[in-house]
Write a protein that binds this ligand. Structure first.
Ligand code: FES
Length: 121
C-alpha cells in the first residue's frame, strides 16, 4: 500500500529535514494536470493525485523502461507508452504482468504547499 498524504490535511510536523527529504514539486504544479513526472537525484518520479491523496511511484516501466506516466491515468491505471503494460494507481501494481510492481515511494511530506520525498524509503 502506498503511503500517501491527504491534500486537505497536509502533514506539517515541523520543518522538513532536507538531509532526508528532497523537494519534488509544488502542490500547485501537481494540481494543474493531477500528475507530473520529474527527475529527482537520478530517480524518475511519477507524482499523482489519486482519491484526493498524493502518491509517488517510479515512472520507469518494469518491462523495458518506458515512461509509465506519459499518458494521463485512466480508470485507475497508468498505461506505459511503449507496450501498454498497465499499472494500478492504488499501489503501482502491474496488472499486465503481476509480480512486477513499480517502485512505490512511501515517505512523502507536504509542507507549505511543497511536496518532498524520501528517496531511500
Ligand atoms: S516498456 Fe513499458 S510496456 Fe514495454
Amino acid at each position: 500500500m502506498a503511503a500517501t498524504h491527504d491534500l486537505k490535511e497536509p502533514t506539517t510536523l515541523g520543518a522538513v529535514d532536507t538531509t532526508v527529504y528532497t523537494y519534488v514539486a509544488s502542490v500547485q504544479e501537481l494540481e494543474k494536470d493531477g500528475q507530473l513526472t520529474r527527475w529527482v537525484n537520478d530517480h524518475d518520479i511519477l507524482l499523482y493525485i489519486w482519491n484526493d491523496e498524493i502518491k509517488a511511484i517510479s515512472n520507469i516501466c518494469r518491462h523495458f523502461g518506458g515512461p509509465v506516466g506519459y499518458r494521463k491515468h485512466k480508470d485507475g491505471k497508468f498505461t506505459c507508452l511503449w507496450h501498454n503494460w498497465q499499472f494500478s494507481c492504488d499501489d503501482g501494481g502491474c496488472e499486465t504482468n503481476p509480480g512486477t510492481p513499480l517502485r512505490q515511494y512511501t515517505d512523502l511530506k507536504l509542507q507549505n504547499g511543497l511536496i518532498y520525498i524520501n528517496l531511500l524509503a
